[in-house]
Design a protein around this ligand. Sequence first.
Ligand SMILES: Cc1cc2nc3c(=O)[nH]c(=O)nc-3n(C[C@H](O)[C@H](O)[C@H](O)COP(=O)(O)OP(=O)(O)OC[C@H]3O[C@@H](n4cnc5c(N)ncnc54)[C@H](O)[C@@H]3O)c2cc1C
Length: 454
Amino acid sequence: MEKIVIIGGVASGTKVAAKSRRLKPDAQIDIYTDDTHVSYSACGLPFFIEGNFDDEGMLIARTVEEFEAENIHIHLLNRVTKILPEKKQILVLDREKNQEFSVDYDKLVIATGARPAIPPIKNINLKNVFTLRNMEDGIAIKEMVLQSKKAVIVGGGYIGIELLEAFVKQGLEVKLIEFAPRIMGIFDDDISDIIKSHILEYNGDKVEIINSDSVVEFLGGDSFTGVKTKNGLEFDADFVIVATGVKPNVELAVDAGIELGPTGAIKVNNKMQTNIADIYAAGDCIEKIMMVSKTPVWVPLGSTAIKEGRCAAINLCGGDDKFEGILGSAVTRYFGFTMSITGLTEKQALKLGYEPVSVIVTKFDKVGYMPNAKNITIKLVADRKTRNLLGAQGIGCGDVDKRVNTVATGLIQPMTVDDFFSSDITYAPPYSPSIDPLLTAAENLIKKLNEIVL
Ligand SMILES: Cc1cc2nc3c(=O)[nH]c(=O)nc-3n(C[C@H](O)[C@H](O)[C@H](O)COP(=O)(O)OP(=O)(O)OC[C@H]3O[C@@H](n4cnc5c(N)ncnc54)[C@H](O)[C@@H]3O)c2cc1C
């Protein structure tokens, strides 16, 4: 019987297992995961903490028993300590029984994901210092929130902002410290500035955002009581979240001789194969190709982890599937304010050698006489030479993400902004103005490109 072994059981690992089962009803499929839970929505954790629902079980897509019913065996708290490609074996430590054993494989999938990247902060190991990555973290943070009044968040990326919303909603006062000059640095500076202004306009009484400063020390004896920053600020809080980014879990792969790409994540081809025969990798542990620039990037997202898992499963089961890359398309929110992005930002495009030209348009998302019409701001970026669209960013309290998603479809193949302007997108007063803000942005961009050429 063919043995398919998967390391890691969240988004990509479980997708590999489920798809492989459908394709190979007779294979033996085992997932080894160094985690207390399997098949959960890490993306839902901030919303669980916020109090949208109290049963953490709702975050679990498929239970261990449901996997077992499909003859997929889940081994929780089982850490894979070594891959031995020449023997087609892995070594596993059962952390509950403290026993080490070996497992043979015919096909192996590395889906080890990512983990928080922790900056050098003194007293990082104090009680009530948290990171948010897995179910245990989410449950512990929620318990803490319910007995707290003040929190500090270190890091103003999307996890920091989602937690900011959660904590404010739970009635906490929050200080957010970001070492960069701007929060939400995946966006261009002009867009990040609007995001910060919106958050402070909306919740300035509860929220303070400190940029261009970094936390150097956590204060307290056994338990955290406050933070000290490089610029000499000191303030107290009940707990702190360190949300300063993530890094890929690649040590196991490196030890086995698996090649990494320039981003430091595992290099795979478009079939999710590593450089070692019969070893595949998928999800946050792998490097991806940015479809616009065809350059390697590391953008760890659940949306793509699942697609990569599917692709790995089809290929390891003997099929022929290709995963051509990503656009880094992402969306999040701060209360009713949506932030969405796809493709290259202007600053990324510049670094990659394009000659980016951009426009920003702010307009109602629906016809102005509709009662729930709200402003949205769209930034479109194109290349001066080719006139190809490079990316879009959209923010605002109206329907932003559908506009950004439209651009995402247009970015799969090179498309000039002139062609994009011909997009026959829908119109009715409750859904958009007669000329959609996205098309207004495209029209303005065409004008700007024409002016530059002349
Ligand atoms: C708070 C939060 C919010 C998010 N929100 C979004 C969102 O809105 N949209 C989006 O697209 N993405 C979001 N993400 C990202 C998304 O959750 C990840 O991209 C996704 O979980 C990646 O799946 P994965 O299977 O590759 O890896 P992971 O989810 O990291 O899972 C890897 C698993 O492998 C296990 N493992 C690691 N090493 C070993 C080993 N040696 N032996 C055994 N097991 C091992 C780990 O314990 C872990 O359980 C969010 C993430 C977080 C933390």
